[in-house]
Design a protein around this ligand. Structure first.
Ligand SMILES: C[S@@+](CC[C@H](N)C(=O)[O-])C[C@H]1O[C@@H](n2cnc3c(N)ncnc32)[C@H](O)[C@@H]1O
Length: 200
């Protein structure tokens, strides 16, 4: 579902970009992929994450997909330059990715799977579009963070069928996504990299 204005404001803030910069540094230290990779970011928001990721990983192709036309427009309207030629921002639903199987070397998720009413389907779609050996780079948050009594009032998220760490990690394993050691997790969030090792 589309985010409301307070979350949109946060996602477009400098604070969010600093957090994403740190997360991409972690991704690179944990599982660097060679330059030239084909990358998909689900829920790309304003495209800020695309800029940070592309600068650190040098992909040959970077697709940012978001369900919100306003976000796609902002992302597509960012400052253009030679290094932006390979970036494409498209309107689409992370529960029904408009790509064939094994189309990408990496999929990036900066905290959007908890926005999906059918989040397991979102994880299954990530696994489907990754090639075997491809990497899923993710930051994801859990209900004690986004659905606590304060944020429940301020933010808009699906309320049914939510996941915490055990369910999220089990869904990764069910889809043949093997979590690499060294991931960071608390009751609030998880930051990790998973490799597509097998189709269940
Ligand atoms: C919390 S924001 C994160 C934006 C960006 N990834 C970031 O970290 O700043 C969640 C984003 O996911 C998008 N989103 C929500 N549901 C989606 C869906 N079903 N398919 C694709 N994008 C979706 C929203 O429009 C929003 O841009």
């Amino acid at each position: 579902m589309e985010v409301n204005w307070p979350e949109r404001f946060y996602c477009r803030s400098f604070v969010r970009k600093i957090a994403q910069w740190r997360e991409v540094s972690y991704f690179r230290a944990t599982h660097p992929i060679p330059p030239g990779a084909r990358v998909l970011e689900i829920g790309c928001g304003d495209g800020g994450g695309a800029g940070i990721f592309a600068r650190r990983f040098a992909p040959s192709l970077y697709h940012g997909l978001d369900v919100d036309p306003a976000m796609v427009k902002v992302a597509a309207g960012r400052r253009q330059g030679p290094d932006w030629d390979n970036r494409l921002f498209v309107l689409g639903d992370a529960e029904r990715l408009p790509y064939p199987d094994a189309a990408f070397d990496a999929v990036v998720n900066f905290g959007i799977i908890h926005h999906l009413p059918d989040w397991r389907r979102g994880v299954a779609e990530v696994a489907r579009v990754l090639r075997p050996g491809g990497a899923f780079y993710f930051e994801e948050i859990y209900p004690p963070l986004y659905a606590n009594p304060l944020f429940r009032i301020i933010l808009a998220h699906p309320r049914e069928n939510r996941f915490h760490g055990p369910e999220f990690r089990a869904a990764l394993a069910d889809e043949g996504l093997t979590l690499l050691p060294g991931f960071h997790e608390s009751c609030l969030f998880i930051l990790g990299v998973a490799i597509k090792t097998a189709r269940p």
